[in-house]
Design a binder for this molecule. Structure first.
Ligand SMILES: Nc1ncnc2c1ncn2[C@@H]1O[C@H](COP(=O)(O)OP(=O)(O)OP(=O)(O)O)[C@@H](O)[C@H]1O
Ligand SMILES: CC(=O)N[C@H]1[C@@H]2OC[C@@H](O2)[C@@H](O)[C@@H]1O[C@H](C)C(=O)O
Length: 379
């Protein structure tokens, strides 16, 4: 039965017909730019509201698998072995969970250049649909790019749902510190995420990727645990200033980055000690977040941080020191920062199924709110 509701001035009957859809359990999957593994999380949603968060799992990539994937970065067609690894790892991760009736499969981004060539997420949803005998929604970014958008970030519509789920009343920022940093400013008082003024989203700059690359190249470690290495070094102020002159920071959002867009900062810190290089790269990530605040339509009441970078205490302290509002891990409001992106692709899968938009001018720069994605069903 449709829900017929609405208020109208006396004497005039105006009815708003809202089509109701039953929420379902969906498994969302994310294999992020840090190449650490596959996150899968269950979410019960109707594509508008979050009804319930469910179980989640993580299937890590082994060191050898990571190196196979790393070799594909920047390629517009990954090797058969890499594609097979991505599909197999997702199938394995998904088989650890039960009780879902659809899958939102992001795939692994290897190349992203919306201004020129497009965006490439490896992994075929149709293959996964056959293997799992489940409906798989995938290829979320291509349509946005074809329509002139950046194809990223796509999590903002989900952040809007999260803001309403936690009953936020004032504008707030969701900050994800993955390989790249990205933020979404949300005005929770506007019900429809596609409506002008509800959202502003963009990539802030490099986050963990250069720190990880430095740790791997110099110490054979995959990341700077807790930011301890950075905490023991000095920031090179001249290099930090030079970094902040990058044209990307002056550019008005929406804007997005590829993982290696700022790769040259590793060369710039080459002459510094391990500690000073880590401190300087961490300060660069934090300064790009502070600069990003200038682009927000109004100062947020708080910044809720997700992604692995929220466990880097040095990075978190540097960010807090550079902004004028509270900065806290998203766990402080009861959400799971490690699974947020996977949950986002469960939410977006339901929106694709319902034909609802998944991006709009203020999230990806696309000309008008649009949907996208492909739906593959098993034969
Ligand atoms: N304890 C920790 N201390 C410091 N950094 C950490 C810690 N745990 C995770 N990280 C950082 O977080 C990264 C993983 O973050 P995350 O899983 O959010 O990235 P991702 O989802 O792959 O990236 P993206 O969001 O860009 O796609 C690690 O590679 C590491 O740099
Ligand atoms: C092209 C691509 O895969 N971009 C990722 C990447 O990782 C973080 C940042 O860069 C963001 O733009 C995006 O992912 C998140 C999930 C998004 O689309 O919102």
């Amino acid at each position: 039965m449709p829900d017929i509701s609405g208020s109208a001035p006396k004497g005039k009957r105006v009815m708003t017909v809202k089509k109701q859809v039953e929420p379902i359990w969906i498994a969302g999957c994310m294999s992020g730019t840090s190449l650490d593994g596959v996150d899968v999380a269950l979410l019960r949603t109707d594509g508008i509201d979050i009804f319930e968060f469910g179980d989640s799992t993580f299937r890590p990539y082994s060191v050898d698998e990571q190196s196979l994937l790393r070799d594909q970065l920047g390629l517009w067609q990954a090797s058969d072995a890499a594609v097979e690894l991505i599909e197999t790892a997702h199938a394995e991760a998904l088989s650890a969970l039960q009780g879902f009736e659809m899958v939102g499969f992001h795939g692994q981004t290897f190349a992203h250049d919306p201004r020129g060539l497009g965006t490439y997420q490896a992994g075929n949803g149709a293959v996964l649909a056959e293997v799992l005998q489940q409906t798989v929604v995938w290829d979320f970014r291509s349509n946005d790019v074809q329509m002139g958008g950046q194809g990223a970030p796509l999590a903002p519509f989900f952040h809007h749902a999260c803001a309403r789920y936690i009953k936020a009343t004032a504008p707030l920022v969701f900050l994800n510190l993955g390989g790249v940093g990205n933020l979404t400013w949300v005005d929770p008082s506007i019900d429809d995420p596609a409506q002008t003024g509800a959202l502003l989203a963009f990539d802030t700059g490099p986050a963990n990727a250069p720190i990880n690359d430095l740790c791997m190249a110099r110490l054979g470690k995959s990341f700077d645990d807790n930011g301890d290495l950075a905490a023991s070094g000095q920031v090179d102020a001249a290099l930090l200033d030079q970094f902040m002159q990058h044209a990307y920071f002056m550019k008005m959002p929406p804007k997005s980055l590829d993982r290696n867009d700022f790769h040259d900062i590793l060369t710039q810190v080459e002459s510094l000690s391990d500690q000073d290089a880590a401190a300087t790269l961490t300060a660069m990530a934090a300064a790009s977040v502070a600069q990003a605040m200038d682009h927000c339509p109004s100062p947020p009441a708080r910044i809720l941080v997700s992604g692995g970078g929220s466990r880097n205490a040095t990075l978190m302290a540097m960010i807090a020191a550079g902004v004028d509002c509270a900065v806290a891990p998203i766990e402080t409001v009861g959400l799971d920062g490690d699974m947020l992106e996977a949950q986002a692709f469960a939410y977006l899968a339901m929106r694709v199924k319902r034909g609802l938009p998944t991006s709009c001018p203020s999230t990806t720069g696309v000309a008008a709110a649009i949907g996208g994605g492909r739906i593959s069903k098993p034969d």
